[in-house]
Design a protein around this ligand. Structure first.
Ligand code: SF4
Length: 391
């Protein structure tokens, strides 16, 4: 039995203690799990590019012996990370291309993405921003914050700000209050989304005082949402549940953006068990994201056919609340494309023909004019896909 560092219950529930005692070296990792030669070599080769950082809390969820444990796969480097395929991209979502001032991406007309810092409680091995996350030197400074707020103020078309990073909850409550305060003063910003994985990797950070802070800034003028990132049932612990309770008590709605990851959640059963638990925790499964093309994460990628199969398995078999949108973020900054199994299978003169989740066929009247919008070519492609089983 491994003997990792010791702690008191007070220390364990203190998020600053958790952050300070993150597992950063292979010697520390040796104290928690039986590190495989693959993991040891991968740490040596990757740590200078994308550091390892695991909170004691998240490490306590890892299986000591099983290198394929879904928690361990997300936290500990593997040699597969050193393979860069020819379709991999350093900036898969084109975020730098649309960066209007340092630390702010403005790609969609009404939304802006604010990178508050580049620290995270844990560095997820599948991270889309590994090009800069975990590198403190790449972080923006106070002057950049001022330029960001100026830009937001001068762009009345922006009504929604995504507060991201890294992880914004790596900042102190005092710093967060400054951000919410400034956003509240900009009349055209109606809502903001706090994007944080701390509910999963460091639930101790979601304290009563954070909850109070969110409550303070929730108003009719500015609505705050909490977007988080549970990927598997093993992450939905009692501690995470308690943290969700604290956030829910501030009146902040929580949404989950799960990334589809091979060996972690790539089956209907795995997604279903997670999403049902999340609903109990008052977190709405919002997106199921196709794994993007970030460098060195191809071992996590599933096919789109797998994703469609999962969505098809959920629809009709579970509450719509537990069925997320399946999204492909188009490489290079093309934006989000929803992916859905095909349910329209044919058209008649004044009807469309559908197949429901049980495979039964139904007809629904549709005017000729609107039917024409579904061109025969488009429909034929759908029917061909259905016959080949790709739907
Ligand atoms: S918390 Fe988000 S930004 Fe940070 S390493 Fe994980 S995926 Fe990347």
């Amino acid at each position: 039995m491994k003997k990792p560092i010791t702690w008191t219950p007070t220390q364990w529930s203190d998020w600053k203690w958790q952050q300070k005692n993150r597992i950063r070296t292979i010697e520390q990792l040796d104290e928690w799990i039986d590190v495989t030669p693959d993991e040891r070599e991968a740490f040596r080769l990757t740590n200078s590019v994308f550091r390892m950082g695991i909170t004691p809390y998240y490490a306590s969820l890892m299986n000591q012996q099983d290198p394929l444990c879904p928690i361990r796969l997300q936290a500990v480097p593997k040699m597969s990370e050193t393979k860069i395929s020819n379709t991999d991209l350093a900036d898969p979502l084109g975020e730098e291309r649309y960066m209007v001032v340092p630390g702010l991406t403005h790609r969609y007309p009404d939304r802006a993405l604010f990178y508050t810092n580049h620290n995270c409680a844990m560095y997820c091995r599948f991270c889309t921003r590994k090009r800069k996350v975990s590198n403190p030197k790449s972080m923006i400074n106070k002057q950049a914050y001022a330029a960001i707020f100026d830009y937001l103020e001068n762009h009345p078309e922006i009504s929604d700000v995504i507060i991201s990073g890294g992880d914004p909850l790596s900042l102190s409550n005092k710093r967060l209050a400054v951000i919410f305060d400034r956003l509240s003063q900009i009349k055209h910003i109606k809502y903001c989304r706090l994007g944080s994985r701390n509910l999963v990797t460091l639930p101790q950070r979601c304290t009563d005082s954070l909850s109070e802070l969110l409550k303070t800034y929730q108003s009719r003028h500015l609505s705050i949402y909490f977007n988080t990132h549970f990927n598997c049932l093993e992450e939905a612990t009692d501690e995470a549940w308690d943290a969700c309770d604290r956030i829910a008590s501030s009146g902040t709605p929580m949404n989950n953006q799960m990334v589809l990851l091979k060996g972690i959640n790539d089956s209907t059963e795995r997604v279903l068990e997670l999403n049902q638990r999340l609903l109990q925790m008052r977190v709405k499964p919002y997106y199921m994201l196709q794994c993007d093309l970030a460098e060195g994460i191809s071992h996590f990628r599933t096919s789109i056919a797998t994703g469609l199969k999962i969505i098809k398995g959920l629809r009709g078999h579970v509450s719509g609340l537990a069925s997320p949108h399946y999204i492909l973020d188009a490489p290079g900054g093309g934006g989000k494309i929803p992916l859905s199994p095909n349910y329209i299978i044919d058209k008649e003169e004044d009807h469309l023909i559908f197949r429901n989740y049980q495979g039964e066929v139904y007809r629904y009247p549709e005017s000729e004019l609107e039917l024409d919008e579904l061109t025969p070519e488009c429909l034929q492609a759908r029917i061909t896909a259905l016959k080949s089983g790709a739907a």
